[in-house]
Design a protein around this ligand. Structure first.
Ligand SMILES: *Cc1c(COP(=O)(O)O)cnc(C)c1O
Length: 357
């Protein structure tokens, strides 16, 4: 049977994904626990396939945002711990036991509720405590953290398995980041944490890891998908390879003496941003072709003056390489004033996913 040609698709290079984990692990202090962050369908990279390859690359543990994501990981992997980074709603808390998840808590109310649920089930629940060292999102404020941690240690059916915090500005503000790290270390020292996971570094924060101690785990998202959080301004701790390409095809061409244009078979319903800046372009036959006019629901118009032989069916690259040319995800993101995380997760289900071993 003829396979139906996709009009728009993303390609996911799974061996690059696996190698990225190896490279990042190699750059970390010996013995660091590698927590692969796979929320939001592995940042749009097909969670099931990605999880399998992260395991091959050496991931020790996974992190997601909610219980639905835990349940999907559990269809594939039963043996690895899964940490839930965001607060778990009261009605979802029972599921933590069903799916063997590790909640991250930061309030006395959560502690009491989880302790009761664990006792009813005759279980001891492992959990991590999230501390706010200056991000201002959720977490127990660092100045109140030590009494909270002591309180948690009193519950008979809870086991404090980890303490963590999140850096807000590791990509852009060194002084603030050092302040957050100092706040966190003070909590760890004063509480006297022993034999538990202590983690703070996400992709941008990895540059601050140095010798490691007291940190013994990292939570890696963006960088393992092959994108530096620094947008080319600074080296990340490992030379990673891009994983995701985004492509479509020329659906029709029109040439007049004034100009040549192509209609490309992907529009904003395929995740092509409707607010591309004037610099934005795609690759056709290895040449950069500017996007012109407004992106419509199913199509995007590009100027093909640079490729006189371009024709219907030709591959069009929004993100990725073609010939010797390359459009990286950070450039694509800058053209639309998005951050790379947003570009990765903004490509909808309509767009076919092709994984490459
Ligand atoms: C999403 C998330 C991460 C991963 O961050 P990256 O910058 O993508 O590496 C780490 N920690 C927490 C708490 C997160 O929510």
């Amino acid at each position: 049977m003829e396979s139906l040609l996709n009009r728009s698709w993303i390609e996911i290079n799974l061996s690059a994904l696996e190698n990225n984990v190896r490279k990042i692990k190699a750059a970390l202090p010996q013995g660091t626990t590698y927590i692969a962050v796979v929320k939001a369908d592995a940042y749009g990279h097909c969670m099931p396939q990605s999880v399998i390859r992260f395991l091959k690359g050496g991931a020790d543990m996974f992190a997601v945002a909610n219980m639905y994501e835990v349940s999907r990981i559990r269809e594939l992997v039963s043996s690895k711990p899964v940490l839930v980074l965001s607060p778990i709603l009261p009605a979802e808390r029972k599921l933590v036991f069903e799916y063997d998840a590790i909640p991250a808590i930061s309030t006395a109310e959560e502690a009491m509720d989880f302790d009761t649920l664990a006792r009813e089930r005759g279980r001891i629940l492992n959990l991590h405590v999230k501390i706010d060292t200056g991000m201002g999102r959720f977490g127990v404020w660092h100045e109140k953290a030590v009494p909270f941690l002591r309180e948690i240690s009193q519950y008979k059916n809870l086991r404090l398995a980890g303490i963590f915090t999140h850096l807000s500005s590791a990509d852009c503000d060194e002084a603030y980041t050092h302040g957050q790290i100092a706040n966190f270390k003070r909590v760890i020292d004063e509480f006297g944490a022993q034999n538990i996971m202590i983690h703070l570094h996400a992709s941008a924060g990895l540059n601050y890891i140095k010798s490691g101690a007291p940190f013994n785990a990292v939570r890696v998202g963006l960088l393992q998908y092959g994108i530096s959080p620094f947008g080319g301004e600074r080296q990340a701790i490992a030379q990673v390879e891009p994983v995701m390409s985004f492509k479509a095809r020329i659906a029709s061409t029109s040439r007049t003496p004034q100009r040549s244009i192509a209609t490309v078979s992907a529009g904003f319903a395929d995740g092509v941003p409707s607010n591309f800046s004037k610099k934005a372009c795609v690759l056709i036959r290895g040449k950069r072709c500017p996007i012109i006019g407004n992106v419509s629901l199913d199509e995007t118009i590009v100027n093909i003056d640079a490729v006189p032989d371009a024709r219907e069916g030709d591959e069009v690259v929004f993100i990725g390489s073609q010939g010797g040319e390359f459009i990286d995800l950070p450039s694509y993101s800058r053209w639309t004033r998005r951050i790379p995380w947003e570009s990765m997760v903004a490509i909808p289900k309509r767009v076919a996913r092709q994984t490459r071993a």
